[in-house]
Design a protein around this ligand. Structure first.
Ligand code: G1P
Length: 300
């Protein structure tokens, strides 16, 4: 098993975003805004803060705007310079990668998350790597991926970031089984993708950040289909668990599922209220709505 440092991240961005239509009819869901920047901007910032140096975006048709987002927009930059709008210009430039630090590979058919990750195999090569599911915006004092990388540095092997959900929601996710549960980092004994209602091994779901060893690619290569007829990353991880250690990390932070309309709304409200420049104005703008709701409540 590789002891190399985690330097590269795979970010699957080929999904169609059907849960947030019609907003995603022409705009990739990863570029929908949360407060003042695209969802993807939060995820890339989290990964950079965790030490990631190279991003592999697994992309698909109608996702070209994602590549453009991480490139210069020369006309816009010239306009901002001419108008002296240096603060926003600097912010835009700070998001650009160094030359050669981002790769884009195409997942030509929607065969599932396992297949998407497998599409990155040649660029990842023989080293441990991170996977970030961009729908999941994770708000944490220590970036969620850094928590995972630190855990991996202490116990080695593979790390899956998890979080508890109400038992009646487990069937929508990958769910992990633990050897014993004590503290936030626990050895796993199994995992299952979208278990039938009432059969989940726990209420800890796979929440969208992974540190994986490169041997996962050998297992994904068999292209076996699982839940929903898709090639599932969870199934390949469950098989890798027979030869390598997997730990589940219950991270310290809050997740917003921005691939869902209400999750996207929650992210907008919560992150607007916390925003260093916009927070106070957001509170002023939102307070009347809550006051209105309270007055509308029936008297006891
Ligand atoms: C994927 C993973 C699942 C994970 C979920 C988190 O499912 O396969 O294990 O729990 O993301 O959002 P999807 O949302 O693509 O159905």
């Amino acid at each position: 098993m590789s002891l190399k440092r985690v330097r590269k991240a795979v970010v699957p961005v080929a999904g169609l975003g059907t849960r947030v239509l019609p907003g995603t009819k022409v705009v990739p869901k990863e570029l929908l805004n949360v407060v003042d920047r695209p969802i993807l901007s939060y995820v890339v910032a989290e990964a950079k803060a965790a030490g990631i140096e190279h991003f592999v975006f697994v992309t698909g048709r109608n996702k070209g705007a994602i590549e453009d987002y991480f490139d210069h927009q020369l006309e816009l930059e010239a306009q901002l310079t001419a108008k002296g709008k240096t603060a926003i210009l600097d912010e835009l430039l700070s998001e650009l990668p160094q030359a050669g630090q981002m790769s884009f590979v195409r997942q030509m058919q929607p065969h599932g998350l396992g297949h998407a990750v497998w599409c990155a195999r040649d660029i990842i090569g023989d080293e441990p790597f991170a996977v970030l599911l961009p729908d999941m915006v994770m708000d944490a004092d220590v970036p969620a991926l850094k928590q995972a990388i630190d855990a991996q540095a202490s116990v080695g092997g593979n790390i899956i970031v998890v979080e508890p959900v109400p038992h009646d929601q487990t069937h929508q996710y990958g769910v992990v089984a633990l050897e014993t549960q004590s503290g936030r980092l626990n050895k796993m004994t199994g995992m299952v993708e979208k278990p039938a209602k009432g059969t989940a091994p726990s209420n800890l779901i796979v929440s969208g950040r992974y540190i994986l060893q490169p041997e996962i690619f050998e297992l994904l290569a068999s292209q076996e289909r699982g839940a929903g007829g898709e090639i599932q990353l969870t199934d390949a991880m469950a098989r890798l668990m027979t030869t390598q250690s997997f730990h589940a990390l219950e991270y310290d932070g809050v997740t917003y599922d921005c691939g869902d309309k209400i999750g996207l709304l929650r992210a907008n409200v919560a992150l607007a209220l916390k925003h260093p420049q916009l927070g106070a104005a957001a509170r002023d703008a939102l307070t009347p709505f809550f006051a209105q709701e309270r007055t509308a409540e029936p008297a006891e």
